[in-house]
Design a protein around this ligand. Structure first.
Ligand SMILES: *Cc1c(COP(=O)(O)O)cnc(C)c1O
Length: 403
């Protein structure tokens, strides 16, 4: 398919060069949770651009970074104490993995293995790619990846066997970190993870001294109903990866947060114990002010009410979907809703393009993954817009396109 040219985006809609509007049902890859060109966010960036648009973030700091640190630490899980800035989800994961390796190194332990979940997605740089279990992306690079031990996603059915498997892994390998997407595996077509089982895994890894990394690049900032998916889990991670909706989609930015204990293993008069990782645009002031403004939106009563409304309407709609003969599975969590079509399909096959086109022609932008059609609408989606979107999903299922 030739790329579709987008002229502008405003609120919950994308506009093409004919002026046709398309509802952004996936918030442009889960970024623009407060709508495109949100006036509060854009005015924060506009006000900052004349003051300080960029400066080296090594040996220097600035007000927007200090402010963002305060704002983020206020809403992050209580054990998170320090932040490390970068520009995208992949680098936030890369940094988390390196941080975990060096944390152990600095403590005099050589731990070189990473444990990750099957079907997980953590990004496209080498470390992140290695941790990702979706091998369709990694074919040409398999021989170059770092050592990652992959285990099945924990379920109530497999957890006992899985814990035994983990015992074997821990006795045979020096594991540095365990990385997972909390509650929802996004790129695996919005698969939900059983919280209790995942918590048991985390607890076992923690007992063994393994650093726990939650990749909240997709789940962060309200999408699962709470500020972070980790808020719904009893076992908190040592490190959290954040990006995507961090700035409400206005600026590319990422943060890797960590606990005081992780930080303390680096803080020393000896320079070699420091964390030598930095990107040119780390801590970009425009990104920082956008992120601070986005966090202010997130915690506001109106946006919290929006998240609640979408969550409730999705839950009701999920019950309706479950009855549909064309649907084999329905999953929902917060504003995320996914349905599996009762048919077999390739992840990126021709049928997927047909589904994409069906919705596009009806003014809706979404990106099916194999037989899964999912939505992650902006929080600013009205009840009327959401019901219309739900109805289009039903119309699609009723269309008889797939039997
Ligand atoms: C999107 C995503 C990434 C990668 O983020 P990029 O900004 O695309 O590099 C990493 N982890 C998860 C869970 C993601 O959804």
């Amino acid at each position: 398919m030739a790329p579709l040219a987008i002229k502008k985006a405003q609120g919950n809609y994308l506009y093409d060069f004919n002026g046709t509007a398309y509802f952004d049902a996936i918030s442009s890859w889960y970024t623009c949770s407060y709508g495109h060109a949100n006036p509060v966010l854009t005015s924060a960036v506009k006000a900052q651009i004349d003051k300080l648009h960029h400066v080296v973030f090594a040996g220097m700091t600035h007000e927007p970074a200090v402010q963002l640190s305060q704002d983020l630490l206020e809403i992050l899980p209580s054990n998170q104490a320090k932040l490390f800035f970068s520009e995208n989800g992949s680098t936030s994961v890369e940094i988390a993995l390196k941080m975990a390796f060096q944390y152990h190194f600095n403590r005099g332990e050589k731990r070189l293995a990473v444990v990750a979940l099957e079907g997980g997605f953590h990004g496209d740089t080498f470390g992140a790619m290695s941790a990702s279990g979706l091998s369709v992306y990694n074919g040409p690079f398999e021989d170059l990846l770092i050592d990652v031990i992959r285990i099945p996603v924990p379920t109530t059915d497999n957890i006992e066997i899985l814990l035994q498997e983990v015992e074997q892994i821990l006795s045979g390998h020096a594991v540095a970190s365990f990385i997972y997407e909390p509650l929802v595996q996004g790129a695996a077509a919005m698969q939900l993870i059983d919280v209790t089982s995942l918590c048991r895994l985390i607890r076992r890894f923690r007992e063994s001294g393994t650093t726990i990394i939650a990749d909240e690049v997709m789940t962060g900032f309200g999408k699962t109903g709470t500020h972070f998916a980790s808020d719904q889990m009893g076992n908190l991670p040592d490190i959290i990866c954040l990006s995507k909706a961090l700035t409400g989609g206005i600026m590319p930015m990422a943060v890797t947060s960590c606990s005081q204990e992780i930080y303390d293993a680096f803080y020393d008069d000896q320079t070699s114990r420091g964390f030598f990782h930095g990107h040119t645009y780390s801590g970009n002031p425009l990104g920082c002010v956008a992120a601070s403004a986005a966090i202010k939106q997130l915690v506001s009563a109106p946006i919290q009410a929006c998240i609640q409304r979408i969550t409730t309407l999705n839950a009701v709609f999920a019950q309706q979907l479950k009855q549909h003969r064309m649907v084999s599975d329905v999953r929902h969590c917060g504003v995320i809703l996914a349905l599996d079509l009762n048919t077999e399909m390739q992840r990126y096959g021709q049928q997927r393009n047909t589904i994409f086109k069906w919705f596009w022609e009806r003014g809706i932008f979404l990106r099916p993954l194999g037989k899964t059609v999912y939505i992650v609408p902006p929080f600013t989606t009205t009840a009327v817009e959401l019901k219309k979107l739900h109805q289009s999903l039903i119309d699609f299922l009723d269309s008889g396109m797939f039997k």
